[in-house]
Design a protein around this ligand. Structure first.
Ligand code: NAG
Length: 500
């Protein structure tokens, strides 16, 4: 696969990690707080959460999913009580004062608030302050106590198991947004996942598809020690709770930015609308744009023996196939079916037109770019197997053994189940995003240096024994062996960060 040279902004950084470093003073403070303030706070926070439950439960009685709550005095009373209880809960958790800047626009004017950056479950603070609705997955409704509180704010539920869930969610957002203020405002975290707030990742289009005005809201956590970030690699939910409750004071600021009215062009092009709002919010936050999406997260975070070494080409490829709708959400047999059809080609290389036909797509500029990525020889033809391997890799980055198996199926000799050294080198080049793979260390390990062929089982066996397979058993261009000595420490896991 060709190297993608003009890298999108900031994609060599990984905002999905959060490494906490404590000074000695921090540790002593945390130790002291843990045995004094922490238990009291935990008790009080739990108390207020439990106290909120009967109110939220009562409010949900006799409510229909399809119509907004009628305004009645008792609902208003419950709403008031819940706000007070929630505020008390945050207070006991260390958020003694919550600074609010700017002015919130009324629901009749702005149906949607877009909030960023999303980094933690403490981002629930602006939700409880405003009592806006949110978009959340259906499963959260069944969390004890918290689920009832979530239901209270009339969230838009996402049915993950439903194939059309994305469309249905957008339709529901639209329906409520166009109700002219009858439904509560919806708060949307358009990044769709938590980052460590070092930059704004790409926005999902959901909040922008209705084409109605949005009010951007930015969040700032002002403590020097960041105990809030809850990312995919970093401290877990309980540790964050513990560390945050051990801080003497936790400072958060919510700023309502001026309402953003989309232009005619933005109304027709939600991606443009999203992109412009994102720029504006990044500017208000004074953080850079990081052109990564929710979908890229798993690629960046791939781990294990076949960890992706350099993500840039695969990230670029991923963006293109997402745009073409070639990725399917669930593991079905489509990719296997395509692999079977590819095997039938018997290594025949396809031009752009044939490739389009193979995928049942029209020839477009995006498709041309995908095709071009695999046109190694520059003669306008590609080996479709390369495309399948790349697609499998970006689709299931954490199931690299499955991708490897699929690749073997396309290359192996039917009788012996073996593939040649050259073919394996190509497969690994694509899967790891590296160049010039050379396999002598691998065959040395197998003690079969003269055979130069390998079966899937042999390879799988070797990989199982080798947590650092790619570093130990392969040679490739820019191999970490050449630029670091403390291999296990500095190359394991962070090798794709090395050009920071
Ligand atoms: C946050 O992400 C950036 C990359 O965007 C990274 O360089 C930094 O180390 C991360 N911060 C922490 C505290 O892990």
């Amino acid at each position: 696969m060709k190297t993608y040279n003009s890298q999108p902004a900031g994609t060599s950084r990984n905002p999905f990690v959060h490494e906490l470093k404590f000074t000695m003073t921090d540790k002593i403070k945390i130790g002291l707080m843990s045995v004094t303030v922490f238990p009291v706070r935990l008790l009080l926070v739990s108390f207020f959460m439990l106290l909120a439950w009967p109110f939220a439960f009562t409010a949900a009685l006799g409510r229909s999913d399809l119509v907004p709550d009628p305004q009645s005095w008792w609902r208003r009373l419950i709403d008031f009580c819940l706000r007070v209880i929630m505020r008390a809960m945050w207070f006991c958790g260390g958020f003694h004062w919550i600074k609010v800047k700017g002015e919130r626009a009324p629901p009749s004017e702005v149906p949607i608030l877009t909030v960023a950056p999303h980094s933690s479950y403490f981002d629930a603070i602006p939700v409880t302050v405003t009592m806006c609705s949110i978009v959340t997955k259906l499963e959260s409704r069944s969390i004890p106590v918290w689920g009832t509180l979530i239901s209270y704010i009339r969230p838009v539920f996402v049915f993950r198991s439903d194939q059309h869930s994305r469309r249905k969610t957008v339709e529901e957002i639209k329906r409520r947004a166009q109700s002219g203020g009858k439904w509560p405002q919806i708060m949307i975290f358009p990044e769709g996942t938590c980052t460590n707030r070092s930059g704004l990742i790409l926005f999902k289009a959901g909040a922008f598809i209705p084409g109605l005005p949005v009010q951007p809201v930015v969040l700032r956590y002002l403590n020097k020690l960041d105990t809030f970030s809850w990312t995919w690699h970093g401290p877990g939910a309980l540790k964050i709770l513990w560390l945050t409750l051990c801080q003497p004071h936790s400072s958060v600021e919510i700023e309502f930015l001026p309402v953003y009215y989309p232009s005619m062009e933005e109304r027709e092009n939600p991606a443009l609308f999203a992109s412009n709002v994102r720029k504006l919010m990044a500017k208000a936050l004074e953080v850079p744009l990081t052109d990564l999406s929710f979908d890229d997260r798993e690629i960046i975070l791939s781990r294990g023996p076949l960890q992706i070494h350099d993500c840039s080409s695969l990230l670029h490829f991923n963006q293109l196939v997402c745009r073409l709708g070639l990725k399917t959400g669930t593991r079905d047999n489509m990719l296997e079916e395509e692999a079977r059809r590819t095997t039938k080609l018997q290594g025949d290389r396809l031009g752009l037109e044939d490739f389009a036909q193979f995928l049942n797509l029209p020839v477009t500029d995006t498709l041309r770019q995908v095709h071009n990525l695999f046109d190694q020889a520059g003669d306008g033809k590609i080996d479709v197997r390369h495309y399948i391997i790349a697609l499998s890799t970006v689709q299931w980055p954490h199931k690299s053994m499955d991708s490897l198996k699929l690749a073997f199926k396309m290359y192996e000799n039917e009788d012996s189940g073996e593939i040649t050294e050259d073919d394996l080198a190509v497969i690994l080049e694509i899967m790891l995003g590296v160049k010039e793979v050379e396999l002598s260390p691998l065959f040395l390990q197998l003690q079969a240096s003269d055979r130069r062929k390998i079966t899937y089982d042999e390879l799988q066996c070797l990989i199982k024994q080798r947590p650092h397979f790619s570093v130990d058993c392969l040679n490739f261009k820019d191999h970490p062996r050449s630029d670091c000595t403390g291999r296990l420490q500095s190359c394991n896991g962070q090798s794709h960060n090395k050009d920071d």
